[in-house]
Design a protein around this ligand. Structure first.
Ligand code: ADP
Length: 343
C-alpha cells in the first residue's frame, strides 16, 4: 500500500454533481499509512450531508475492491460555515462586492472588459482590479504600469494606485514567464495565496480577471473566493459560446450567481461608410441568456481604438469619457450595481 495507489483510487471518484474528481477538487488534505491502517483526512466546503455521505460511500467501495489487508479510516472535516471560502485567511470585510470576469476561451476580450468595466464603475465607486491570470497577466500592459508593488511590514502586497483604482497582478511581481511551467494544483494554490496576500483599501467593487477556461484552476478559485457574482464574456461565435456555457455551468454548480453575459466583438461599424458588418457567425448569446435566465448586460462592437488603448496602457473609456463605448459601459455598470444590490 502506498500514497500513489490511494490517490489514483480517489481520482476515480467524481465529486457529486460534477464531472470532476475529488482529488482535483482539493478535498484530500492528508494520507497517513501505518502498518495495517490507511487514514484519509478530507475536507470540503459544504454543509450538504448527502454529498459527504456519497463521497465516503464511494471511497469505501473503491477501497474494498482493492482487497487489501488494510483498514480504512476517513476523517472528513465538513466546513459548514456559510462562508464558502474556508481557506481564505480572513474575510475581505473591507470589500463590498467581488465580481469575477470569466470566459471559457482565451482571446474573447475578458481582460479588455475587466479593465473597462472597472474603470466605468470607478466613476461612482471605489474600485480595485485583480488580474489572477498567472499564465498571461495582462494588467501591467493594459494599465501601463510596470512598477513593483510596495510591501507592508508583514510582507503583504500593497496594490498599485492608478486611474483612481487599486491594481494588482501577477505581472507586477513576476515579469518573466516562469509561471507557464507550473502545474495545475500548484497554480491554484499560488493564486489563492496571492489573493490572500494583497491588502486592499476599502472597496465597493473588486473586479477579478480570472484565467480563461473552466479547468481545475478556475474551479478551485471560484470555490475559494467569496464572489458576489460573475460576468461571462463571449463573442457571438458558437465556438466561444460553447466554452462560455461551460463557464456558466461551472458557476451554477458552485452556486455563484451569474450577473450576466457580455457579448464582445458583436459587430464592426465601418468608419468610412458606417456599414455594420457582423464578423462572427451565431446568435447563441440570446439562447444562452434565456437558458440560464440571466441578462445580456451589453453587446460591444469591435472598435479598433479600443484594441489600440490596450497596447497604449490607458483604458479606453477613461480617455474617451463621452464615447459610445463609455455610455455602453455605464449602462453595464448600472445594471451590475442594481443586480448586486438587489441581492
Ligand atoms: P482575453 O482576456 O479574453 O484573452 P483580451 O481582452 O486580451 O482577451 O482581448 C484579445 C484581443 O482582442 C486584444 O488584442 C484586445 O485588444 C482585442 N479586443 C478585445 N475586445 C475588443 C473590441 N471590442 N474591439 C477591438 N478589439 C478588441
Amino acid at each position: 500500500m502506498n500514497k500513489e495507489i490511494i490517490i489514483k483510487l480517489l481520482s476515480e471518484i467524481k465529486y457529486p454533481g460534477f464531472s470532476r474528481d475529488i482529488i482535483s477538487f482539493g478535498i484530500l488534505k492528508n494520507i497517513h499509512i501505518s502498518e495495517n491502517e490507511v487514514v484519509l483526512e478530507l475536507s470540503a466546503n459544504t454543509d450538504n450531508n448527502q454529498i459527504i455521505e456519497s463521497i465516503i460511500k464511494n471511497i469505501n467501495e473503491k477501497f474494498n475492491n482493492l482487497n487489501s489487508n488494510f483498514n480504512l479510516k476517513i476523517d472528513f472535516q465538513a466546513n459548514k460555515e456559510a462562508n464558502p471560502s474556508g481557506d481564505i485567511d480572513k474575510p475581505l470585510s473591507n470589500i463590498k462586492n467581488i465580481i469575477a470576469v470569466a470566459s471559457g476561451k482565451g482571446g474573447v476580450g475578458k481582460s479588455t472588459v475587466s479593465i473597462n468595466l472597472a474603470a466605468s464603475l470607478s466613476r461612482d465607486w471605489k474600485v480595485g482590479i485583480l488580474d489572477l491570470d498567472i499564465y498571461g497577466p495582462s494588467l501591467p500592459m493594459i494599465a501601463g504600469s510596470f512598477e513593483q508593488p510596495q510591501l507592508t511590514e508583514d510582507q503583504k502586497l500593497i496594490p498599485i494606485k492608478k486611474f483612481n483604482m487599486e491594481l494588482m497582478s501577477f505581472g507586477f511581481i513576476n515579469n518573466d514567464n516562469n509561471a507557464t511551467i507550473w502545474r495545475g494544483p500548484m497554480v491554484a494554490r499560488l493564486t489563492q495565496q496571492f489573493f490572500n496576500d494583497v491588502v486592499w483599501g476599502d472597496l465597493d467593487y473588486l473586479i477579478i480577471d480570472l484565467p480563461p477556461g473552466t479547468g481545475d484552476i478556475q474551479l478551485t478559485l471560484v470555490q475559494k473566493l467569496q464572489l458576489t457574482g460573475a460576468v461571462i464574456v463571449t463573442t457571438p461565435q458558437d465556438l466561444s459560446l460553447l466554452d462560455a456555457k461551460k463557464a456558466a455551468d461551472m458557476f451554477s454548480k458552485v452556486n455563484t450567481k451569474i450577473l450576466g453575459i457580455i457579448e464582445n466583438m458583436s459587430d464592426f461599424s465601418c468608419p468610412n461608410c458606417d456599414h455594420v458588418t457582423k464578423i462572427f457567425p451565431g446568435e447563441g448569446v440570446v439562447d444562452e441568456s434565456n437558458r440560464l435566465n440571466i441578462p445580456i448586460l451589453g453587446k460591444i462592437s469591435i472598435i479598433p481604438e479600443l484594441a489600440k488603448s490596450m497596447d497604449n496602457g490607458s483604458p479606453y473609456i477613461i480617455d474617451n469619457p463621452d464615447s459610445y463605448l463609455s455610455k455602453k459601459y455605464q449602462e453595464i455598470s448600472n445594471q451590475i450595481n442594481t443586480i448586486v444590490n438587489k441581492g
